[in-house]
Write a protein that binds this ligand. Structure first.
Ligand code: PAF
Length: 517
């Protein structure tokens, strides 16, 4: 791992590297929250750069700039263990040039007041100008594919998302979950300022938010009630003085009267002299993402990876048809006998269970009644019969019903041909993933070659794919059709990682704007 202390050194080193770059901006004093960002960056990228820079521009005149913990040696050891490739730890003089101690002489990035003034902005004037400026510089220097920020600083995350979008800064912004102590206190470099009694009382922020979340799950939606619950908790801890408790849209930060789809309940309080923040994002229904498109556009790979990144279930509809086919065969039933097949439908209970993994996306575990069939549905016999079964009207009807059941609780990514038009017409995000016929033919050739299978001529494959498109879009049951409100993503010139990043950005931009005032 390299430790680089100058902008020039960083530029030289990056110039000698190849592959995708993940950037984790920090101010050091690393804790498990930062390490979770670094580990996520490690999983997603070839190269991981951690910046450690206590940015003077984001501290107010009476804030803790001097006292802020600086622990570079320990931080470097932690980065090494988390397998970062490089730490960028410049001095303010090197980073900002000689004007660093006359901040008014520097060009700054000023986020819009609607984002920078509410919440913490009321108590820390100028803070988010400093954050936006340093993050713009870091992203411009590193030019990462992805930058990682914690959800704990929910307002900062919303500002950085819009900053990257508005200034066309490179790469996707990845928000990562809050990491907490065993008792629930959100990890923060400032927790080390708390004395024993303050530390004990600080956990009340989390307890209040957790209680509000429980009430939200039980149906409470109004700002008034949710805020009151948190306040009642904070009032029980004498060392805790609330600064604000607010319910806002997590992306626009606009205040909400009640939660229709999603809200961020955010709190800031002084605990003794230490200022702590925390929040919880409350979703009325976990979102549904529908991905439709022609064969060979990469839908299932994309859907699986996207579900993994967003912590949603990949509703593998193909696996459901395979599971039913396995059941039909296991009952000794002739797959062509539509009446006998239809009789089996009510007896076959299919379940998909998401599999958590640190090593990238995994297909869900598949159960039929009480039998795990995750492996069994991939056998040649199932493959040979699945399209006969899936073409039967009664089978499609029953399985679409089951898919809709999953949609009731939300939290799924599903791919197919009629997901956005028929199965989940109210999906929060609909994508129509497509590529030209020629590109899909080339991909098919590459795929066959990589599996050492015979590779047909490009012209012949192009012809077959065109015919398949025509058939898919004109068939009676579940025809392929782009939903009116679907966003078309053409993948001809995009590698799979870029498709995922694009969809993550679309998710950020679209799933949330529903709550815009
Ligand atoms: O969240 C932080 O630690 C800082 O605000 C950041 C993003 C590293 C910018 O200095």
């Amino acid at each position: 791992m390299r430790l680089l202390k100058t902008v020039e050194g960083l530029g030289c080193w990056l110039g000698s590297q190849s592959g995708s770059v993940g950037l984790v901006p920090t101010m050091g004093a690393l804790h498990e929250g930062h390490l979770s960002l670094i580990r996520q960056a490690r999983r997603d990228n070839d190269i991981v750069v951690v910046s450690i820079f206590v940015n003077p521009l984001q501290f107010g005149p009476n804030e803790d700039l001097e006292a802020y913990p600086r622990t570079l040696e320990v931080d470097a050891a932690l980065c090494e263990v988390a397998k970062a490739d490089c730490i960028f730890a410049p001095s303010p003089l090197d980073f900002y040039g000689s004007d660093f101690n006359q901040p008014n002489a520097l060009v700054k990035v000023i986020p819009p007041p609607t984002l920078a003034q509410p919440l913490c902005g009321q108590f820390r004037p100028g803070h988010f100008d400093g954050v936006a400026t340093v993050v713009t510089k870091l992203i411009s220097l590193v030019r990462p594919q992805r930058s990682y920020f914690g959800q704990k600083d929910g307002q900062q995350l919303a500002i950085i998302r819009q900053l990257v979008r508005d200034l066309n800064l490179p790469g996707a912004v990845i928000g990562c979950p809050i990491v907490r102590e065993a008792d629930g206190l959100a990890l923060s470099s400032r927790n080390r300022y708390l004395d024993g009694q303050e530390r004990q009382q600080a956990v009340i922020l989390y307890r209040g938010l957790r209680r509000a979340e429980q009430e939200f799950r039980a149906g409470v939606r109004s700002q008034h009630s949710l805020v009151r619950i948190v306040l009642q908790y904070l009032e029980t801890a004498p060392a805790v003085v609330p600064q604000y408790i607010e319910l806002v849209n997590p992306y626009t930060l606009a205040p909400l009267e009640k939660i229709e789809t999603v809200g961020m309940l955010a709190v800031a309080a002084l605990v003794g002299t230490t200022r702590l923040i925390d929040n919880v994002v409350l979703r009325a229904r976990r979102p549904i993402i529908a991905i439709d498109g022609p064969a060979g556009a990469g839908k299932s790979t994309v859907a699986r990876q996207l579900a993994h990144q967003l912590g949603l279930l990949y509703l593998d509809t193909g696996a459901m048809y395979r599971a039913f086919t396995w059941y039909v065969l296991s009952q000794g039933c002739d797959p062509e006998d539509e009446v006998a097949v239809a009789d089996l439908l009510p007896k076959c209970d299919i379940k998909l269970v998401a599999r958590a993994s640190d090593h990238g996306p995994q297909p869900p575990e598949v159960w039929v009644n009480d039998t795990s069939v995750t492996q069994a549905i991939r056998t040649a016999a199932v493959t040979a019969n699945v399209s006969t079964i899936a073409a039967q009207g009664s089978v499609r009807e029953a399985l679409v019903k089951q898919q809709m059941q999953y949609g009731l609780a939300g939290g799924v990514v599903a791919d197919g041909r009629d997901i956005g038009t028929h199965v989940f017409p109210d999906a929060e995000l609909k994508i129509f993933l497509t590529a030209s016929v020629e590109e899909r033919a080339r991909r098919r050739q590459r795929d066959l070659a990589s599996r050492s299978q015979p590779v047909p001529e490009l012209a012949a494959l192009t012809q077959t794919i065109s015919e398949r498109d025509y058939k898919d879009s004109t068939r009676e049951i579940s025809p392929l059709r782009q939903a009116d409100d679907a966003i078309e993503v053409v993948t001809d010139t995009l590698a799979i990682d870029s498709v995922i990043d694009k969809l993550l950005t679309l998710y950020e931009e679209n799933v949330v704007t529903e709550d815009k005032p």
